[in-house]
Design a protein around this ligand. Structure first.
Ligand code: DOR
Ligand code: ZN
Length: 367
């Protein structure tokens, strides 16, 4: 008689419709080769940010060319659907908005100098009201980097200082869909909740995971060391804010949905004396979210946060035939880096990008 062996129990498994990422930096040049596959492999819709360098994406034509460029590496991947944004600057005119809806999904507005590649950002929002009017008519979403550019305001208070501006725009343009991007504070959550339904917010995985002390070396897990790969803008705030974000993300409120703000930089720009803001989170974001939602007893709401609320706000159809993703409860160690050689003499060394949480152990793994 053959021995009856008991099968080992299956680890808990989550099968989800393909998630969407409503805020991601795929870059250009070498970095796009390294960064884009992580998004293309796991996400359906991905709203691609326009702050590329040396040439930002400023017009519908730029957006069309950028999309074509990104897609040529994924001709077989029918599940990945990049949505394009253009950057709204002082030079944007209403004419540049009209008739673009077939190509452009959103206009991204950075206040001047608040973060990486925002030197061409805006100081006087009122001058752009005719552009917002055109966006409202055209049905483009306005994505706001919600931090005041005022150097007299401390970095930790810049998001709160921006909120009156958000309110003014939201009330003046009730038909304009507005997303306050990568919110980091309790104050921003309350403001978004209290504004009409034309206002929503994205929440990143890293802001659900770390606080400012994990960046500047005051938390236990930072072991007293400054952590450049945790540094982004808006900078992560206090534990009170992180908890408020966890509650907002797991509340089921359709105003909150996922935007990774995954923002890769070559290692030389992260481990140096002038560290660029941006965390490369796309390799770990889904694992982080599963862990956070599990801790909050809200795994049943993860699907809404990842693939329902965002589509609804953007007015996008579900993509029924897209491949699902599976997460299993199994520990894994985040890769130390991702790298590639560039077959071009301009780059003398291989480019290396260090993912967020490199070397750390996470408990949910995407299969
Ligand atoms: O930390 C950030 N990095 N925040 C942003 O808003 C932009 C991003 C980037 O492009 O690197
Ligand atoms: Zn961003």
């Amino acid at each position: 008689i053959p021995a009856i062996r008991e099968r080992p129990p299956m680890p808990p498994t989550l099968i989800l419709p393909r998630p969407d990422d409503f805020h991601v930096h795929l870059r250009n040049g070498m970095v796009r080769f390294l960064a884009t596959p992580f998004t293309a492999e796991h996400f359906g819709y991905a709203l691609v940010m326009p702050n590329t360098r040396p040439c930002p994406i400023l017009t519908a034509e730029d957006a069309m060319n950028y999309r074509r460029d990104l897609m040529q590496y994924f001709p077989e991947n029918k599940d990945f659907h990049p949505l394009m944004s253009i950057q709204i600057t002082d030079k944007t005119t209403p004419d540049m908005i009209t008739g673009t809806k077939a190509i452009v999904t959103a206009g991204k507005l950075y206040p001047e100098g608040v973060t990486t590649n925002s030197d061409n950002g805006v100081r006087d929002f009122k001058r752009l009201y005719p552009v917002f009017e055109a966006m409202q008519k055209e049905g483009l979403v306005l994505c706001l980097h919600g931090e005041s550019p005022d150097h007299n305001i401390s970095g930790l208070n810049r998001e709160a200082a921006f909120l009156p501006q958000l309110r003014e725009i939201a009330i003046k343009f009730p038909g304009l869909q507005i997303v306050l991007e990568h919110i980091t504070t309790h104050d921003a959550i309350r403001e978004v909740e209290s504004l009409p339904n034309n206002v929503a917010a994205t929440i990143t995985a890293h802001h659900l995971w770390i606080t400012i002390d994990d960046i500047i070396g005051y938390s236990q897990r930072s072991q007293g060391k400054l952590r450049p790969h945790n540094f982004c803008k808006p900078i992560a705030k206090h534990e009170f804010d992180r908890q408020a974000l966890c509650h907002a993300a797991t509340s089921g409120n359709p105003k909150f949905f996922f935007g990774s703000d995954s923002a890769p930089h070559p290692v030389d720009d992260k481990e140096c004396s002038r560290v660029c803001a941006g965390c490369f989170t796309s390799p770990v974001a889904l694992s982080i979210l599963a862990e956070v939602f599990e801790r909050m007893n809200a795994l049943h709401l993860l699907e809404d946060f990842l693939s329902v609320h965002g589509k609804n706000f953007y007015g996008l159809p579900p993509r029924m035939n897209a491949k699902k993703i599976t997460l299993i409860k199994e520990s894994w160690v985040v890769n130390g880096s991702t790298s590639a050689d560039w077959p071009n003499a301009d780059y003398r060394r291989p480019i290396l990008i260090i993912p967020f949480l490199a070397g750390e152990t996470l408990t949910w793994r995407v299969t």
